[in-house]
Write a protein that binds this ligand. Structure first.
Ligand SMILES: Nc1ncnc2c1ncn2[C@@H]1O[C@H](COP(=O)(O)OP(=O)(O)O)[C@@H](O)[C@H]1O
Ligand SMILES: [Mg+2]
Length: 262
């Protein structure tokens, strides 16, 4: 069977106000099956709200949000679903701060994230299968935590916690991964490794990654969407968007000045 192609996620003319302030303003965004996209933009541009809308955490006031998990025929209106229903469709999200079970080992964090029966009785009686073990082994390698498999998650560095949480998302085998500022608070080496990790997922999952770190975005080497005041200002390669005068004036130029001043 061939992989589905074409559009996976489609937002059209989406608007969302908070107390009269348009956090998302006429936003139109398309993501293809298997695509990885970087979303950049100044603080308060609506990047996290965009993810809130896709995951059902926030309802848009206007516009459409559609998911095409199998190609073009099966269309799901995400605005009619609740957060957990959207998650079950295969849309996984990673928030900026890591949310791992600090008292459990890395291995057990991954085990409880695998898709399996959810009722209490099934959980109590659940026997770990060799298939589960293989999956966990795979994920441990992908997120470079093989050596820490028996470490209590609370003892991991901030960077490794982030990778574990990405691993926990992978355990759910999502079609679409939404990753909000994964490199925040990381060392340069960890940031580099995070970019490599996300790139290694490309093709297996569609990915939207929000990030501020330009070096990280450059490393990803993917199409970039510049979000400003809840609206797409420009899309294209990082080189193309960073040469755009408007983008430079509101975002990249200002960042560069800051960097120079620092
Ligand atoms: N649940 C909410 N209630 C009120 N205001 C919100 C809420 N979520 C986001 N906002 C506002 O919407 C704007 C965009 O925020 P956000 O999406 O977090 O920006 P970004 O992630 O790009 O920094 C901000 O002004 C923020 O204060
Ligand atoms: Mg944000």
């Amino acid at each position: 069977m061939s992989e589905p192609h074409g559009i996976l996620l489609q937002l059209e003319s989406v608007t969302k106000s908070f107390d009269g302030f348009k956090a998302i303003n006429d936003l139109t965004f398309y993501l293809d099956h298997g695509e990885m996209r970087a979303v950049i933009g100044p603080n308060g541009a609506g990047k996290s709200t965009f993810m809130d809308i896709v995951t059902g955490r926030t309802r848009p006031d206007e516009g459409t949000v559609k998911f095409f998990p199998t190609g073009d025929t099966n269309v799901i209106d995400l605005t009619s679903l609740r957060e957990h229903e959207i998650n079950r469709l295969g849309i996984g999200r990673k928030f900026q701060t890591p949310a791992v079970y600090e008292n459990l080992t890395v291995w057990n964090n991954l085990l409880i994230s695998l898709n399996r029966p959810r009722d209490l009785w099934s959980t109590i009686t659940y026997k770990v299968t060799s298939e589960d073990r293989d999956r966990i082994d795979d994920i441990l390698k992908t997120v470079a935590l093989d050596e820490q498999r028996n470490t209590q998650a609370g003892y991991l560095s901030h960077g490794k916690k982030q990778w574990l949480e990405i691993g926990m998302l992978l355990a759910q085998n999502p079609k679409l991964l939404l990753v909000d500022e994964p490199a925040a608070g990381m060392s340069d080496a960890e940031t580099e490794r995070t970019a490599e990790l996300l790139l290694s997922l490309k093709g297996k999952h569609s990915i939207v990654v929000i990030e501020h770190d330009m070096e990280f975005i450059r490393r990803l080497g993917q199409k970039v969407t510049v979000l400003v005041q809840g609206h797409v200002m420009k899309e294209g390669s990082l080189d193309v968007v960073s040469e755009d005068e408007e983008v430079r004036s509101v975002y990249l130029g200002r960042k560069r000045e800051k960097k120079v001043a620092a």
